[in-house]
Design a protein around this ligand. Structure first.
Ligand code: GUN
Length: 296
């Protein structure tokens, strides 16, 4: 068996085309373009790349975007004031504060300061709680992108055993909640594994669908999965590679060469989950502009 690739890149482009059409319709009716703002603190290379992808994607679909850059010496109070201004600015439908933040800034405090109505990253505890309660909410981009991949490739989730490796607030924990909900994709039995899980392979070998989000490149080996498994690899770590002009290569959490021959479906890295996160952020921003989650 050789796995079919779950082509997140192509799917993301398709979703972006769908959003672009909606924006054209909106503008044709005299409406204004959805507007996303992004706050970038410091000059972390990966964050710069992610934010520039987000801004370019906004341009592609006809959104307005604003990038606000601050030095990594900005104080917590100053950053909270920036968030307040964005909360109050009626021209901005939604905004994100790119993570990670410098160590002297309390990330949780910043996230809580964001108005849940403009929290298109879906990181605010109110959105997290609403998501868990199966209420309308902004769902974080990565879990939403995973759900969208499963949906668009018509992968059955009901009654399956989903094993999630990694319990982060922005991927592992929300995806485990989403896939256990009474919904499609959902209705799965979910096992959430993490750094203290004993005998990880005992769990991963039981997975019908395996979601890996640990940031440990290549940690899932061929002997850790069963035949026919659906593999969603969220990892995207920069690993030093002198043969590349950039000096690095991107590696997933799954050893692709070992696992792909046993899998029925697998996401490539890059080009799998990563591009889907952009589509989900745009979707959330569109929803924000239409007041589709919160009415006022
Ligand atoms: N850093 C890594 N992923 C994300 C994301 O989805 N949103 C934000 N704001 N920061 C990130």
């Amino acid at each position: 068996m050789q796995a079919k690739l779950l082509q997140g890149k192509e799917l993301s482009q398709k979703i972006q085309e769908e959003i672009a059409i909606k924006v054209q319709e909106l503008k044709a009716k005299g409406g204004r373009a959805p507007h996303l703002a992004a706050v970038l603190v410091g000059n972390d290379g990966a964050s710069e790349t992610y934010v520039s992808h987000k801004v370019k994607a906004c341009e592609r679909v006809g959104f307005k975007s604003t990038l606000l850059r601050y030095s990594d010496t900005i104080s917590e109070g100053e950053l909270l004031a920036v968030v307040d201004e964005l909360n109050e600015n009626d021209d901005i439908d939604g905004f994100i504060v790119q993570l990670p933040l410098p160590k002297h800034i309390d990330m949780a405090k910043v996230i809580e300061q964001i108005s849940p109505k403009k929290d298109v990253d879906g990181f605010h505890p109110i959105n997290f709680g609403r998501m868990a309660a199966n209420m309308p909410a902004y769902v974080p981009a990565t879990p939403d992108g995973i759900i969208e991949i499963l949906k668009r490739y018509k992968i059955e989730t009901r009654g399956t055993h989903v094993v999630v490796v990694g319990r982060s607030q922005i991927v592992g924990t929300p995806v485990s909640i989403l896939l256990s909900r009474a919904a499609y994709p959902g209705d799965a039995t979910v096992t959430l594994c993490h750094r203290h899980t004993k005998d990880l392979a005992d769990y991963t070998r039981q997975a019908d669908i395996l979601v890996v989000a640990t940031g440990i490149p290549g940690m899932i080996k061929g002997d850790m999965v069963k035949k026919g498994v659906v593999v969603i690899d969220v990892g995207i770590t920069r690993v030093a590679d002198t043969s590349k002009q950039s000096g690095f290569t991107l590696k997933g959490d799954v050893d692709f060469d070992e696992v792909a021959p046993k899998a029925s479906y697998i996401t490539p890295v890059p080009g799998g989950v990563g591009p889907m996160t952009i589509a989900s952020l745009l979707k959330n921003t569109y929803l924000a502009s239409q007041k589709a989650i919160y009415r006022n």
